[in-house]
Design a protein around this ligand. Sequence first.
Ligand code: DON
Length: 579
Amino acid sequence: MPVIMFSRTPNTKRPRHGAFSLSRRLLRGLALCLVLFSLAAQAADGPGRNAIASAHPAATAAGHEILAAGGNAFDAAVAVSAALAVVEPYSSGIGGGGFWLIHRAEDGFTTMIDGRERAPLAAHRDMYLDAEGEVIPRASVDGPLSAGIPGEPAALAHLAGTYGRLPLAESLVPAIRLAEEGFAVDAHYRRMAGFRLEALRASEDATRLFLRGANVPEEGTVIRQLELAATLRALAERGHDGFYKGEVAEKLVNGVRAGGGIWSLQDLADYEIVERDPVHGEYRGITVTAAAPPSSGGMVLVEALNILEGYDLQQMDAATRTHVIVEAMRRAYRDRAEYLGDPDYVDMPLSRLTHPQYAAGLRAGIRLDRATPSSLLPGVVDTTPKGEDTTHFSIIDGDGNRVAATLSINYPFGAAWVVPGTGVLLNDEMDDFSAKPGVPNVYGLVGAEANAIEPGKRMLSSMTPTFLDDGERIAVVGTPGGSRIISMVLLAALEFSEGRDAKAMVERRRFHHQFLPDAIQFEPLAFDDALQLELQSRGHELQPLDSSYGNMHVVIWDLEKRRVEAASDGRGVGKAEVR
Ligand code: DON
């Protein structure tokens, strides 16, 4: 990667040459100059400052540390991801996976690094069903049998090697330090550990690392993870193979199998990230670029925005506006349940689902005065989602490179099971498959054939790292929150489309509809009494939530004002910082 020197003032002086007198060598020199000139000019178009918003202050600091050492946004993304893997063990980790949506400023290249977990090769369609064909409670949520083959280590090695300026080992330094020195337990950690206490107690290593006396640690307790530091060092020293082959791989497979799981060395050796074209859409002059399958995020977001494109939301009263947004969510989430899965295993009508004319057809079925019962739409079954874990961060560096990354081990503390001797906390992402068509997962999401378990397949996700670009401002957006991730990003995109800033996007009160259950869930204070009555009179069932949800992190680059801003969700403990 060329090192681009940033200059705040665009270089407007072009060198003059008499073309006819140039030798081939000179021509080559000229071509090189032009490339360097155009790189410098594009660099000069960057915001000039680095902005990071992540779910933890130590992770934001890790990213800035790597940028200050000469790294770009992609190196910083490695540092932030790895730091979050240490200080937010309940959210993401090297035992999990995620999606890194990236944009390289120098040539405008945009791609999504798919580091999603895969089903082990020994997995099969009915692996979570009992002899009567019923789903075995918790089998896809707790312990090693619920773990997919991790993708995050491969994604970090790929990010550093293909897009970064610094060696992987350098970008992993802050995370290794955090693992060795430890981090202090806060109230959020205590809530998450309390929620998963029973499951954590079933794992000797998880109990030793994340609990004290088999109970939730007091605030301020320092959590050190020396084995995790050693595993991160193996990744730093040997890259991809440091995790997927050799000593670490053997410990992982032996540990998982001893705990009742089905991983093999072949599973680890076979794991590869995939670069995928993101999903694109247009909404009222905004170019939307978001996660592609195996995430449903981009498709649901774009389909919902396409439906909403036909309404002038700003001119509508609050009830009608909320109603049509809900109806758009309902229809887009229905299509998620019906059609989506791993693109390497299933054919999906993605271009139809994201086509404005398809949305126009759906819009025609929306009545402004009446909710459409989900049972009247063709499709699948039901329950209630949760989601306070998983993580997201947003970065724009001084050159305009950007990263939106949403990473997960699924449930709080994932499978709640640490592989002995590795410090690797396993994901329980297998629950994102449809264990049985129509039977909801922990987020209440239902799925069909397309998301059934198959060996080596990636489970469908809702993670929605997104770029929004209206020609004047570029936003990098995302959040955790299980099935509600997509509706949160949708609401944030609507805020952006109305000119609001990063803070307004993360602060917005949230509501959600996911087709099934057929109810609008909403945060405290999202709807006043009058709005609730109005929605009920249109036939909507309301499900008030007793707490808020989501943990959104947004960075916006205002191209006209040459300014960057960053905001972290007040619902979490994250930190946004521009340097
Ligand atoms: O990939 C997915 O859609 C889920 N595993 C994400 C889980 C999540 O966001 C949990 N938390 N809030």
